[in-house]
Write a protein that binds this ligand. Structure first.
Ligand code: GBH
Length: 491
């Protein structure tokens, strides 16, 4: 047996004495036992529709490692993480989970959870080491192998094209997202990958979380490339990023097999009314449009909302009508990365709402920014459905960091993560019950990984990774999720 937990060991532990009350009847045929009615789980109210797509998400730079393997070029995250003082303990993604070499084992982990779908990202500098020009055949080969292995295990691949690892060559040559040339290059890259993978991958996401790679990377300097641009340049970079998304949508449609679906994975601000009553609900709708003005709103509406243009004034982005058409190219689905709520209340002054910041006592997970707000997983689909009539949605990320430790018995009892997931899922269930068309849920993340500026200091995985040995250990939350998937119900 490999150093990874087999399906049998996994099931035995989850259904074993220690956890019998929560797991009996769900794994390893334990349900056949007689005389244990008291230990049998109740069918709960929290059933999901048949065919609901449970899965996990990861991103290339966070899990792959293999930074110098297979002809990969450097990305801005290689440069940034190798710059002293930028990342916790000066850690890098050079090796990380070494998923580049261990992907088969990692797909086995997915399989043992019962995952139906897997969201991974393609590393742009593996495909185009120089950002554009000649593709590197070894790059696409890796994703061919990954996709084939997923399909062989009955797991549907969902592919993100850009999860922040911009080729360093584009940063050097044209200033990265400060240039429209990067948007053009993204379109070409997206079309190329869709052309190669869409015979087996039906769903593509263009970009992941604009505000993370633009606002944190080009305004706050906390993420690669570490710049602190003034407002006008920042807004132009934002515009170039949504333009890239639109060009990507068009290229995927042009180069992908007929039937290929394309969408986005966004961590838009999720306005949650402080009290679920008028006029706060109305305020939350207004907030959804205004707070997401530079990204999701322009994509959905094809124009920048007045409030944004007025507020930015002379620093507002420069654009053409043609740009707006490209940016708002119709999507097949919208993916939402759901972590924190933005509480809003009604307010008389323009623009009709006020953001209510969490008080100091507000609970958060191991990451300080991760305020616990399970209702975000209800309001995100509701806003998408009611404001923009989105017909197909995915939770492209939801999960949390926890101060995980391996105990003497070799397990990781992350009860806080289970608490977090269970509560968020209850609100997702409410959204699904109210017929908002959420088709699937990708838990962030399959395993601990490189948490950007927080390095390896914060863990988001269902599997604990011992970075010295690359051993993966199923946490309590992995057993929890396996039960959820098996019963298609919150447990
Ligand atoms: C997602 O971002 C990412 O898609 C994923 O790669 C990441 O690992 C995961 O969540 C967990 O973080 O440093 O105080 O300025 C979630 C949205 C935006 C949350 C950036 C953290 C930085 C806060 N993230 N934000 S701070």
């Amino acid at each position: 047996m490999s150093k990874f937990l087999s399906r049998r060991a996994f099931g035995k532990w989850a259904g074993g004495a220690a956890l019998a009350s929560s797991a009996a009847g769900t794994v390893g045929g334990a349900g056949a036992r007689q005389g244990l009615e008291a230990a049998t789980p109740r069918e709960t109210y929290y059933k999901f529709p048949d065919g609901f797509l449970w899965g996990c998400a990861t991103a290339a730079y966070q899990v792959e490692g293999g930074a110098k393997n297979g002809g990969r070029g450097p990305s801005i995250w290689d440069t940034f993480s190798h710059t002293p003082g930028k990342v916790h303990n000066n850690e890098t993604g050079d090796v990380s989970d070494d998923d580049y070499h261990l992907y088969k084992e990692d797909i086995r982990l997915l399989k043992s959870l019962g995952a139906k779908v897997y969201r991974f990202s393609v590393s742009w500098p593996r495909i185009f080491p120089q950002g554009a020009g000649e593709p590197n055949p070894q790059g696409i080969d890796f994703y061919n192998r990954l996709v084939d292995e997923l399909l062989a295990k009955g797991i549907q691949p969902y592919c993100t094209l850009f999860h922040w690892d911009l080729p360093q060559a584009l940063q050097d040559r044209v200033g990265g997202w400060q240039s429209r040339e990067t948007a053009q290059a993204f379109g070409e890259y997206a079309g190329y990958v869709a052309g190669k993978l869409s015979d087996r991958v039906q769903h593509f996401f263009t970009t992941n979380e604009f505000s993370s790679f633009i606002d944190l990377g080009y305004r706050d300097g906390k993420f690669a490339p570490g710049l602190t641009l003034p407002a006008a340049e920042l807004n132009q970079a934002r515009h170039n990023a949504v333009l890239a998304h639109g060009l990507g949508v068009q290229a995927i449609r042009a180069k992908g097999k007929p039937g290929t679906k394309v969408g986005i994975a966004e961590n838009f601000n999720i306005p949650v009314p402080v009290i679920e009553a008028e006029p706060h609900i109305k305020a939350s709708v207004q907030a959804m449009r205004v707070l997401n003005a530079p990204y999701l709103t322009v994509i959905m509406e094809g124009k920048y909302v007045e409030e944004y243009l007025r507020k930015e004034g002379a620093a507002a982005p420069k654009f053409t009508a043609e740009d707006l058409k490209i940016i708002s190219s119709p999507l097949d689905f919208v993916g939402m990365n759901v972590y924190t709520p933005t509480y809003v209340r009604a307010d008389d002054s323009a623009p009709g709402f006020a953001v209510v910041r969490p008080p100091a006592s507000y609970p958060h997970m191991a990451s300080e920014w991760l305020s616990v707000g399970p209702e975000a997983l209800y309001w995100a689909p509701r806003h998408l459905g009611e404001i923009w009539n989105v017909k197909e949605m995915y939770v492209t990320e939801n999960g949390c960091s926890s101060a995980d430790t391996v105990t003497a018995d070799g397990h990781v009892y992350d009860t806080d993560r289970v608490m977090y997931l269970r509560n968020y899922m209850i609100h997702l269930h409410r959204a699904v019950t109210e017929n908002f068309p959420v088709r699937g849920y990708f838990l962030w993340s399959l395993m601990d990984n490189f948490e950007w500026a927080d390095g390896y200091g914060l863990r988001f995985g269902l599997y604990y990774v011992d970075y010295k040995t690359e051993k993966r250990i199923a946490k309590l939350s992995a057993h929890f999720y396996q039960n959820v998937i098996e019963r298609n119900s919150i447990v």
